[in-house]
Design a protein around this ligand. Structure first.
Ligand code: ATP
Ligand code: MG
Ligand code: MG
Length: 547
């Protein structure tokens, strides 16, 4: 994180504004995590959360959770709720929860002030014309015909926009920036647009809403953010961020950028994920083929493993794409010593041991982890009939194959002796193997098995209604622009006949309840820590506390 300190790079701040800021913050680091509540968070946000909360925490500072709720159409209550839950699940507690919409009145006043200062104007061109004047965003911008509208006229028209007298897209407020700049963000960026949709928090009060470019820097200013941390695609926006604060003579935070987290074979964008959900190409936001945090959580990945993954990647400003293999290996390593090993047979075939009596039953202790004896064992019984996986048997043997085939022996995990296949039956209609007959080797002649396979005894097997096995969602890597057509229809494999040992069932139930308890404890702990942090804030009654 020391990347963020680049001596001499701090913007020139008006000394008086700087003094006020320092009086308020008492020199502490203030950051914010500012998601737009238009979807559930994804693994990229874990990085942003770690950077925003982690940087402040490291420096004894504070972090706001700020809902950037300026796009009424895309916002839903469940997203607000889930964002907070996710931040807490990751172990962070916001110092304060704020909403960009808290500042709508103030932002409106600032927009009026900007017009008064001759630095904004109402433009009634259509989107096409604006784009054309801006040279398609590529170069050679020309001044809009409304650029020199008298201040009084713009004030009046802006008021009319506010009163709902303009239809959507019929007018907007544009900042009068610098058409000679090489930076398209300086080509009279839009500050306000007309929107008639009701807002999640302010209802029908507003007919105009501020854009990201107008809102973000001013909310950072209002909240006295010291480090405005964002991803590198905002580097060119930094110039307009600073321009606006300066144009209004308000405190301006320093924006620092870090690289987005990108994962191979998928995309991380709420908008695109929403499209997959809405078109039913995935089941919901927590579909395990997605990289949303609720999906990863549902896959059984604990918060610590996600934090470990992001920490391992580190924070730089070089954009790169991380391999899924890397992600999986970090998660696997994290879970290696704590995840129990249990037996499941996805595609069961009955294996019958002919040389033991019908009531043959040998108790077997199976360790839950091969290398962590302290995890304990579960008990099962080895019986005359057991299920093995169809994949662990081949009708035609080959020298490089070590599992079961006619005439060949294999070990059944933790069973007393290996078994040797004597015959098998197939279904004449499908050709599928239906029954495998074996001979249990005895103590005198048994050789050590070359390979061990899993099994579940027939009398106690617990049948699972449905086992879902997930593969990559997209056929291409990276998924193309029309990603919907690229969804792999076989990315979800469903097994309807799978069986597990009874202990598997019991332990899963326990794991779910333990995870729930742990999550509640994390939230409690994070809340308690933040309560301690807030006591150290500006003293009550002090100048700073009044802000
Ligand atoms: P999305 O396209 O998924 O909506 P966004 O960039 O619009 O993403 P927001 O929810 O508006 O995301 O942003 C919240 C914060 O999370 C921002 O500071 C943003 O830069 C950061 N963020 C979003 N995606 C990533 C990512 N892939 N890696 C790191 N940070 C990210
Ligand atoms: Mg955003
Ligand atoms: Mg977005």
């Amino acid at each position: 994180l020391s990347e963020f300190h680049k001596p001499g790079e701090n913007p020139q701040i008006d000394p008086k504004l700087k003094e006020q800021h320092l009086a308020w913050t008492e020199g502490k680091v203030y950051t914010r995590f500012p998601p737009e509540p238009n979807g559930y968070l994804h693994i990229g946000h874990v990085k942003a959360i770690m950077v925003d909360f982690g940087y402040a925490k490291f420096h004894g500072g504070r972090t706001y959770l700020r809902y950037d709720d300026t796009n009424p159409e895309a916002e839903e209550g469940r997203y607000f709720q889930s964002i907070l839950e996710t931040v807490r699940w990751l172990g962070f507690e916001p110092w304060k929860i704020t909403y960009s919409s808290d500042n709508f009145d103030k932002l409106y006043e600032l927009a009026v002030e900007l017009i008064r200062r001759g630095k904004a104007y109402v433009c009634t061109c259509d989107a096409e014309k604006i784009k054309e004047d801006r040279g398609g965003g590529k170069g050679n911008p020309v001044p809009c015909v409304h650029r020199d509208t008298p201040i009084e006229t713009s004030l009046r028209e802006f008021e009319r926009m506010k009163n709902g007298e303009y239809e959507e897209k019929a007018a907007c407020l544009r900042m009068k920036m610098d058409l000679n700049s090489g930076n398209p963000y300086m080509w009279d960026t839009i500050a306000y647009r007309v929107k008639k949709a009701p807002h999640h928090r302010t209802g029908d009060k507003w007919k105009i809403y501020p854009t990201y470019d107008f809102t973000h820097c001013l909310c950072d200013s209002i909240e006295n953010i010291s480090h405005s941390l964002c991803t590198t695609e905002f580097i060119p926006a930094r110039e307009s961020y600073e321009w606006l604060c300066d144009a209004l003579t308000v405190y301006k935070a320093r924006q620092y950028e870090f690289a987005r987290l990108n994962l191979q074979g998928t995309f991380l964008s709420k908008r695109k994920i929403a499209k997959l959900v809405n078109t039913k190409l995935v089941k919901d936001w927590d579909d395990p083929r997605l990289y949303t945090i609720i999906a990863l959580r549902r896959r059984g990945i604990p918060p610590g493993a996600l934090l470990a993954f992001v920490a391992e990647l580190g924070v730089t400003n070089v954009n790169s794409t991380t391999e899924i293999k890397k992600f999986e290996s970090v998660i696997r390593k994290y879970l290696e010593d704590s995840a129990p090993r249990l037996m499941m047979v996805l595609n069961p075939v009955k294996l019958i041991i002919d040389n033991v009596p019908d009531d043959y039953r040998v108790p077997v202790q199976v360790p839950l982890h091969p290398k962590v004896p302290s995890m304990g064992t579960v008990e099962t019984s080895f019986t005359k009939e057991v299920y093995i996986d169809a994949e662990d048997f081949r009708e035609v043997d080959s020298p490089d194959y070590f599992r079961l085939a006619p005439g060949k022996s294999v070990g059944l995990f933790k069973a007393p002796f290996p078994v040797t296949c004597t015959s098998y039956k197939t279904d004449p209609a499908t050709g599928k193997v239906t029954e495998i007959h074996c001979h249990l080797e005895d103590s005198g002649t048994a050789k050590k098995a070359k390979a061990y396979i899993q099994w579940v005894n027939v009398p106690e097997a617990v049948k699972i209604d449905e086992v879902r096995y997930f593969k990559p969602l997209f056929k291409s890597d990276p998924p193309p622009a029309d990603f919907e057509a690229d969804v792999n229809p076989d990315s979800l494999e469903v097994y309807k006949d799978a069986v597990i040992e009874p202990a598997f069932y019991e332990l899963s139930k326990k794991a779910i309840s333990d995870a729930r308890k742990e999550s509640e404890e994390r939230t409690k702990k994070a809340k308690a820590e933040s309560a301690i942090g807030s006591k150290a804030g500006p003293a009550e009654g002090s100048e700073a506390a009044k802000h």
